[in-house]
Write a protein that binds this ligand. Sequence first.
Ligand code: PLP
Length: 423
Amino acid sequence: MSHIIHRNLRRAPRLAVRAAGLTVTDSEGRHYLDASGGAAVSSLGHAHPEVLAAMHAQIERNTYAHTAFFTCEAAEELASRLAGDAPGDLDHVYLVSGGSEAMETALKLARQYWLERGQPQRTTFIARRQSYHGNTLGALAVGGNEWRRAPFAPLLIDVPRVSPCYEYRDRADDETGDGYTARLLHELEQIILATGPENVIGFVAETVVGATAGAVPPTPGYFRAVRKLCDQYGLLLILDEVMCGMGRCGTLYAFEQEGMLPDLVVLGKGLGAGYQPIGAVLARTPIVAALREGSGAFQHGHTYMGHPVAAAAALAVQKVIQRDNLLGAVTTRGAALRRMLRTAFSNHPQVGDIRGRGLLIGLELVADRATKKPFDPALALHAAIKEAAMARGLMVYPMGGTIDGRHGDHILLAPPFIASEAE
Ligand code: PLP
């Protein structure tokens, strides 16, 4: 019997004993092709020699120094690099241990910013219905996955919500793309006005929606218009790029393709690429300046923040991505993979949509293509597909989203950037 509280309490998962490149091997000697990078994490595959070497070197020099006493070279270099590669004045980095911690950090940083600016009445975040921002209480509160939220709803802060940007399901037949985007923006403006702009801390969204909808990119111009609205009403714009950032969509930050600048960017997953647990928040200069000139400190912190070995691993990942021009590979491989999927599945009666950006690709499954009717959620089709794929030696990431009471099954593909055409 396992003493671990596994995700499924009735059945322990397979035991992974080795992993290299795109292949994970279990204790029975079976091999699995990692076509999802776990959950869009392993951007360099497994056991990349240069990342391992950087981690070994860091372990021998300095494995830990508490940030109340010291900073470390690896964390400083990583932060300089992340800030240097980010557009505009996104020049400040807060390093934590994962995506949820990073989201909590962003929420608190945004709240403290308004306190420092003498606006303590700003207590409300506005978010979208179709979103996942993490499983800790603050992140869960701004997230819109009803299934994950339901048991803990009484513990969560109230978050007004707007519709997601989900063209496949929500654009009306007689509506243009621009018309649909304008409708979404109108809804957001109405919520801001109903809440009172002076009470709102900021708007939270995933740049490309990952785990609740299966790789849904925004419509063209959506985030530029959101940025304008946030500026008009004085809201901070917080973009969650835990899944879609760090090169997964073909640019280091997914928002770079949207022609706008958020105030805070939340990172995780691909930052450490599975080699170490690490997340980060990128913040624009005025936010950090307000804290520096005000109370002089961000009232936050974690024991393992800025961990030297995690920072060294993330830094090595960044260096490999840049040296090997892997962002270019993400774009070309992603386009090729979507083409192959369309060839294979475009006429499949149960594949409603094939979409994504870069190497973040989603397949939405439907019971009926014409009506886009989803499968009965009781079937847990996504889970069955994951099992069937595993039985054939393939890892795909399954999701059964609950959105406004509608259910949809999705399969997410997020292969490592180093995947060959054959793989
Ligand atoms: N935000 C997004 C968009 C995510 O996809 C996830 C994880 O799936 C998180 C936040 C939470 O990150 P973590 O699981 O590292 O806490």
